[in-house]
Design a binder for this molecule. Structure first.
Ligand code: FAD
Ligand code: FO1
Length: 450
């Protein structure tokens, strides 16, 4: 077990208490370094092991769509843990209050939690640390090369973090120990979770309907991974930027909710007999791009606003702030896909209807929001709001980074200067037309019943 995945956040004096894993980002039993470490600690101390999960009534702009996917996935987590003598304790409300209460109730002295670069988790962690006097340990169960280990600062671009990650990647592709049946019985028997009651605690938008084309949970994530490797991976290099082709992995929702980890995905991809070139192209995305996003959000708390843009980007966007906008749309007009651009409308409708916009279209979608709103500040606000409300994989470091890349040139370089965009990379309809059959894509979404 690489100790570099482990960060002692608070060291209390050793004592006779139990061990708990506060599950947040990595919502799975298998291949979960945080759970593996928590069980190791509990076995060493001959103590019961508990898993806490706190369900917040709202999370950024998540709707019932995302909560349904997540809570369905947690059902199989609870079942698998129960079979291993590890109680899964679900609390509802604010973690700053609930986790310290659970620590008290279950006499926990060691609290393990998984790494999460978003500022909301940093706030939660601070509240828990201020209200408990116990040891708190953070384990990076999401990145292959732990975020802090890959780099100790915000990286400029993929090309600067790539060598740092590649150098260590194979050190961190080790095998995952199994979670065994826990030998120390829990002190208390837990009443079954009343899920009807749990759902009532949510204060989320119920109009953004759950999706049915992706089944949540670890087993389904593994099935989709195997199918991707067998049927789509070899076509990925040439067709991944064509939204009319179905070659993407479709793993982002599972990765976002931690129902599968990228280390498992990469190990299976490397072990497969897919083309080596295809493996490299896919690994660039799921390792370099994905871990660059955690690096960006972890080291730059302004990942969700224009303050995070580099100096050159701020200057160029300010210089063009007063440029005439040929089109201006409100958030509602964008949300209901009522713009003059049928390609953009189709991408918005894809996101609203199926909860997952194609990766290539996300760049075009966000860049047009910069072009058709009053300011980069407003563009960031609208893009993040819509992305977090409708994308099944939203509210994720990849999303904040993807939007900051599109609107503020994060991890990108300066390009030919032009109105509104300044030197921020521009994308347009003709560019898309040269890459794929835009009419075919548009027909797929624009004619569907709203
Ligand atoms: P695949 O191409 O199969 O990729 C597999 C995995 O690699 C992805 O799940 C993701 O973890 C990682 N990956 C791929 N492309 C990128 C990338 N550009 N940056 C970081 N990681 C990447 N991704 C999200 O997970 N949530 C979001 O909310 C999100 N919003 C985005 C918004 C914009 C404006 C842009 C430009 C990109 C956004 N992305 C987001 C990144 C990327 O588009 C998605 O991760 C990808 O389309 C998810 O589908 P997939 O898993 O089938 O992709
Ligand atoms: N994490 C939690 O610990 N409790 C929640 O109730 C919760 C809700 C939630 C809803 C939508 C969503 O996209 C994420 C949610 N998360 C929740 C956080 C998630 O598990 C990740 O930690 C973050 O999104 C960072 O990737």
């Amino acid at each position: 077990m690489k100790d570099k995945r482990i960060k002692i956040l608070k060291q209390a004096k050793p004592s006779e208490g139990n061990v708990a894993y506060w599950m947040n980002r990595d919502q799975r039993v298998n291949d979960n370094w945080a759970l593996i470490h928590a069980q190791k600690l509990a076995i060493e101390r001959k103590k019961p092991l508990y898993v806490f999960f706190n369900l917040v009534p709202e999370f950024l702009d998540a709707a019932i769509r995302q909560y349904k996917f997540m809570t369905e996935g947690l059902k199989s987590v609870e079942k698998d843990l129960k079979a291993k003598n590890i109680p899964f304790i679900l609390s509802t409300g604010q973690p700053g209050k609930n986790i310290p209460e659970l620590v008290q109730k279950y006499e926990v002295d060691y609290l393990v939690t998984d790494f999460n670069p978003l500022k909301i988790k940093k706030q939660w962690l601070k509240q828990v640390m201020d209200r408990t006097g116990i040891s708190i340990i953070e384990v990076d169960a999401h990145n292959i090369v732990p975020c802090r280990e890959a780099s100790d600062k915000q990286e400029t671009a993929a090309r600067t973090i790539r060598p740092k990650i590649k150098k260590k990647l194979y050190d961190y592709l080790d095998d995952f120990p199994e979670i065994t049946e826990h030998p120390h019985k829990p002190d208390k028997q837990e009443p079954a979770i009343d899920r009807a009651e749990v759902i009532k605690t949510l204060k989320v938008n119920t109009r953004v309907k759950p999706i049915d084309w992706l089944k949540p949970g670890e087993p389904e994530a593994l099935r989709i991974l195997k199918e991707f490797i067998e049927k789509r991976l070899n076509r990925y290099p040439n067709e991944r930027n064509d939204p009319t082709k179905d070659v993407l992995s479709n793993l982002s929702a599972y990765l976002h909710f931690g129902q599968i980890c990228s280390q498992r995905v990469v190990k299976e991809v490397i072990a497969s007999n897919a083309d080596e070139g295809a493996k490299d192209v896919f690994i660039e995305e799921i390792v370099v791009r994905k871990e660059l996003s955690d690096n960006f959000c972890f080291y730059n708390e302004n990942y969700d606003n224009t303050e995070c843009f580099s100096g050159w980007a701020k200057d160029t966007l300010n210089k063009h702030k007063k440029d005439r906008r040929e089109y201006l749309y409100s958030c509602e007009e964008l949300e209901s896909a009522r713009t003059h651009d049928d390609l953009w409308n189709a991408s918005q409708l894809q996101m609203v209807q199926i909860g997952k916009m194609h990766g290539y279209m996300r760049m075009y979608w966000a860049k047009k929001i910069l072009e058709w709103t009053e300011s980069p500040e407003q563009a960031m606000e609208f893009a993040i709001y819509l992305n977090d409300k409708y994308e099944i994989d939203g509210r994720d470091p990849n999303g904040y980074t993807g939007i900051a890349w599109s609107i503020g040139g994060i991890h990108d370089r300066a390009w030919q200067e032009r109105p509104i965009f300044g030197k921020i990379r521009y994308m347009n309809y003709n560019g898309a037309k040269s890459k794929f059959d835009v009419d075919k894509y548009i027909k797929k979404y624009v004619n569907l019943p709203q």
